[in-house]
Design a protein around this ligand. Structure first.
Ligand code: AHM
Ligand code: MG
Length: 335
């Protein structure tokens, strides 16, 4: 009889085999998984739990917060404060960093998260998720926002938990991508996919087409060629999906390939894009790379960008390698 591999066992085995996971990081990932479990319960209760709808507040990005944005943020903060594995946290929903209170021991790691990604889908019962990224705190006393401003290539763990028909935790610690499905009877995450691979080619793209008129020329060229299908320069038909939850779109790409784009557009030209670098693009970019795909902003590998500020935005193109390379080359050709 084969035994199901729990998240705990997977992490212990990674710790033993690759030495990739120090004990504090293992604890951190278990705590994040536990927090995701309770966010999943709140999401599932929906209207019965009184968690739907809008809160009476805005976040630092000027976006109206949903009740679940705040609940998920509080759950993650509360769960991660006391374990001794973290020095500080940062979130899409908080302007500054959140230090671990003095009464608790300080750990070596920094945790960043988007507590509830895909907020516009909460009330309509469509998949949403939590995205997280873990960095090591640089040596030295105390901790400041500056300590967080590290390139995505410095991440030591990254992942997301998707709250959909199933609740699935997707994780990398730098040794490929593994997926764990929440077994609600047992209350534990069970390994259900290992060595996840994104096919290098695809005929499926994800972008919010309603913004087409605002894109720059290389972006329009790429989509225009896809839309021409078999009769166009690509010589094949393309399918389109747009869930408007990055976690759900990325999950589909990790499962069957595809390319996801949220490019710069001229609605707000001073912003590099809509999505945030440190807790959306970096963790997703690393997961995709770990599964054999690629992630760029059109001119640079996402993971090579050194952030200038915590809530920095970025143009995102990620997924099947050959499509991302094509996007990069169209941007290069236009420079
Ligand atoms: P959020 O973190 O406030 O939920 O915003 C990020 C989301 C992504 O999940 C998704 O890809 C994108 O915003 C959808 O944007 P749009 O509504 O413009 O299509
Ligand atoms: Mg988000």
């Amino acid at each position: 009889m084969t035994h199901a591999v729990s998240l705990t066992r997977y992490l212990v085995e990674q710790q033993r085999a690759g030495g990739l996971i120090p004990s504090q990081l293992r604890l951190l990932l278990e705590v994040v998984a536990r927090a995701c479990k309770s966010i999943s319960l709140a999401v599932n209760k929906g209207a019965l739990g009184g968690v739907l709808g809008t809160a009476e507040s805005e976040n630092v990005q000027g976006e109206i917060q949903k009740k679940l944005d705040i609940i998920a943020n509080d759950v993650l903060i509360e769960a991660n404060e006391w374990g001794g594995h973290l020095a500080a946290m940062a979130s899409e929903e908080m302007e500054g960093i959140h230090l671990v209170p003095n009464r608790y021991p300080q750990g070596e790691f920094l945790l960043l998260f988007d507590p509830l990604d895909g907020s516009s889908n909460i009330d309509v019962n469509v998949s949403i998720g939590t995205i997280f990224s873990v960095l090591r705190k640089p040596e030295g006393p105390g901790v400041s926002e500056q300590d967080f401003l590290q390139a995505g290539s410095k991440q030591v763990a990254a992942g997301y938990c998707i709250y959909g028909p199933q609740t699935t935790l997707v994780l990398t610690v730098g040794a490929g991508v593994a997926m764990f499905t929440l077994d609600r009877e047992q209350g534990s995450f069970v390994l259900t996919h290992e060595h996840v691979r994104v096919p290098e080619d695809t005929q499926e793209f994800a972008i919010n087409m309603s913004n087409m008129r605002h894109w720059d020329a290389p972006m329009r060229r790429y989509i225009d060629e896809c839309l021409q299908g078999k009769e166009g320069p690509r010589g094949k038909d393309f399918n389109m999906r747009w869930i408007a939850s990055m976690v759900a779109d990325v999950h589909r790409i990790l499962t069957r390939g595809g390319v996801f784009m949220y490019p710069w557009d001229k609605r707000e030209p001073e912003k590099a894009g809509k999505l945030r670098l440190m807790y959306e693009a970096n963790p997703m970019g690393w997961l995709i790379e770990q599964a054999g795909g690629a992630a760029t902003n059109g001119s640079q590998r996402i993971l090579d960008i050194t952030p200038g500020k915590l809530h920095e935005r970025v143009s995102v193109m990620l997924g099947s390698k050959n499509e991302v390379e094509r996007l990069r080359s169209y941007h290069e050709a236009a420079r």
